[in-house]
Design a protein around this ligand. Structure first.
Ligand SMILES: C[S@@+](CC[C@H](N)C(=O)[O-])C[C@H]1O[C@@H](n2cnc3c(N)ncnc32)[C@H](O)[C@@H]1O
Length: 261
């Protein structure tokens, strides 16, 4: 019963928000921009539908076959057991591919041993597992859905890669917006966890506050950056690398000592 109620509320919230955006665009930027928004929306709907179909047909990914884990699939947010103030603004579950993750870490050009790593919206934990193959100081995955979090815990126990270089690893069943950042230099990973600007703004405000309290180097790796404009507008962060389907930001204080190339 709760599931149906959540799905209905979720769908209502989603379509009401899309309609609000359409009306705002029409009013502020004219019919062309509103039309482009509708076309982009139809494209996104088709992509989601296809991903969901693929996920249904899906055999476990190569990663899961290799390690006996369960990190694959595309699970719509309306089918997740989400609760709390930010449940309606959560994105669906889909894991980062190992190849994409490795190229993002390479693009950082850091020694991971100097950094903590946090995945906000860690889902079944694939990124947390992949990050253990780098010698980060510690790795944390934060996930709102209890069922995905439990799967991530089981995956962590199963993942026995001989390439493991970090053993201080935890996954927590929490809201990303309530989790304090580590005081170390940190790499923050976001694979599009939210569906609303206001949550990205709130997360960015938390990060900026933490940076003022404890000045240090912070990277934000934002994969599939649908809501990048909040980050682009930040005065505390600047673009470090533009990649295919991702953007990496670095705090401005660190960029002053090591400018981006
Ligand atoms: C696209 S998946 C990314 C999974 C993982 N980071 C990866 O790249 O493989 C986004 C995840 O964010 C989670 N999420 C959404 N809102 C959240 C919130 N407020 N706090 C924590 N997790 C959240 C969703 O449940 C979903 O599992």
């Amino acid at each position: 019963m709760r599931n149906w109620y959540f799905r209905l509320t979720f769908a209502f919230h989603h379509y009401a928000r899309s309609l609000r955006r359409f009306v705002n665009l029409l009013r502020e930027s004219g019919p062309r921009a509103a039309f482009r928004y509708v076309v982009a929306g139809i494209g996104e709907f088709r992509r989601r539908h296809n991903r969901a179909l693929n996920a249904k047909r899906q055999v476990a990914s190569r990663f899961d076959q290799q390690w006996g884990t369960d990190t694959s699939g595309h699970i719509l947010a309306s089918n997740l057991d989400l609760a709390g103030a930010h449940a309606l603004d959560a994105n669906s579950y889909l894991a980062t591919t190992p190849e994409a993750f490795q190229s993002l870490i390479t693009a950082l050009e850091i020694d991971p041993a100097d950094y903590a790593f946090v995945d906000f919206g860690s889902g079944k934990g694939r990124v947390v597992l992949l990050a253990t193959e780098y010698p980060f100081k510690r790795i944390t995955g934060i996930e709102l859905s209890t069922s995905l979090h439990k799967i991530a815990e089981a995956n962590l126990a199963k993942f026995q890669s001989p390439g493991k270089k970090c053993f201080a690893v935890e996954v927590l069943n929490r809201d990303a917006l309530t989790h304090p950042l580590p005081a170390d230099p940190t790499v923050i990973y976001l694979f599009n966890p939210f569906t609303d600007d206001k949550l990205y703004l709130a997360l960015l405000a938390n990060i900026e506050r933490s940076l003022v309290e404890t000045p240090r180097d912070i990277f934000i790796v934002y994969k599939h950056p649908d809501f990048r404009k909040s980050f682009d507008a930040s005065t505390a962060f600047s673009v470090w690398r533009e990649l295919d389907d991702a953007v990496i930001y670095r705090c401005v204080s660190a960029l002053k000592t090591r400018p981006a190339i």
